[in-house]
Design a protein around this ligand. Structure first.
Ligand SMILES: NC(=O)c1ccc[n+]([C@@H]2O[C@H](COP(=O)([O-])OP(=O)(O)OC[C@H]3O[C@@H](n4cnc5c(N)ncnc54)[C@H](OP(=O)(O)O)[C@@H]3O)[C@@H](O)[C@H]2O)c1
Length: 241
């Protein structure tokens, strides 16, 4: 009888929204899941139950990615729970709208700590423990332009985008690193129908995407073993307009 190789993925910010869809997509593809969350405990337990109902194992890990001690421990704990861990998805992020003149020191630090410093050290730890695997960084189509309303946020994502290439070179051929830049997929808190319509009018395909579009791209990147250091914009063409 053919034995199926066990595989497992660690997903940050996996309790809800896009992160949860990625976790469920990977579970459907046979991955056991180390699911990180911070404040969304109820959602994390709900997603964990859904993953288990698919016949996969799922452990949840709570922690604040601003805390570097927690960041350094997360990968180690995930590996001790799932020794077959071979995928890291950096999906957690904070989103703040502000031009330079309105950016507080607090918001600047939070953006850099959650969106760049945490993935940097998760990658460092993952690369030291993983014998062969993949990292996918979930970024943002805002990395393609100088959108002044989101300066510090965009720079925190551009830093991670650039890290994707550096890491792809440093850790090849053991680990492949790729990034996905979603466009408008799910509206954030406080973004109403009028806001959505305005955004959609700026997208060449004229509509928002679905979380499934991101899940499909994650699957593609994990399966295609000749792709590394690449960034795929899944944004209805927003970055080219
Ligand atoms: N949704 C979209 O349309 C869209 C568009 C462009 C890019 N993206 C990118 O796609 C990814 C997923 O999108 P999303 O909309 O699902 O993201 P989201 O809801 O904005 O955030 C994902 C998760 O990040 C976690 N997080 C935030 N601050 C944290 C902290 N200090 N410590 C630990 N975790 C923290 C939160 O976990 P808890 O809830 O557990 O606190 C949250 O659920 C993100 O990287 C986002 O930037 C999404």
């Amino acid at each position: 009888m053919e034995t199926v190789k066990k595989k497992a993925a660690l997903i940050t910010g996996g309790a809800r929204r896009v992160g949860a869809e990625i976790a469920l997509g990977l579970a459907l593809d046979g991955y056991d899941i180390a699911l990180h969350y911070n404040s969304s405990e109820e959602d994390a337990i709900g997603t964990q139950n859904e993953i288990k109902s698919l016949g996969r194992e799922c452990s949840i890990f709570r922690g604040d990615l601003r805390d570097l001690r927690f960041v350094n421990e997360l990968v180690m704990v995930a590996f001790s729970t799932f020794p077959q861990l071979n995928v890291l998805i950096n999906s957690a992020s904070v989103f703040k709208r502000a031009e330079i003149k309105d950016t507080s020191r607090h918001d600047f630090d939070e953006l850099m700590e959650v969106n760049f410093r945490a993935p940097f050290f998760l990658i460092k730890e993952f690369a030291s423990l993983c014998q062969g695997g993949n990292v996918v960084n979930i970024l943002d189509t805002k990395t393609a332009r100088h959108q002044n309303a989101y300066t510090a946020y965009s720079i925190s994502r551009i830093a991670l985008l650039e890290l994707t290439g550096f890491a792809a070179v440093e850790f090849a051929p053991k680990i492949r690193f790729n990034g996905i830049c979603p466009g408008f997929i799910l509206p954030g808190a406080g973004e109403d129908e009028a806001y959505a319509k305005r955004l959609e009018s700026k997208i060449p395909l004229g509509r928002k995407g679905k979380a499934g579009n991101i899940v499909e791209t994650v699957n593609f990147l994990l399966k295609n073993d000749f792709v590394t250091g690449q960034i795929i914009y899944v944004d209805g063409g927003e970055n080219i307009k």
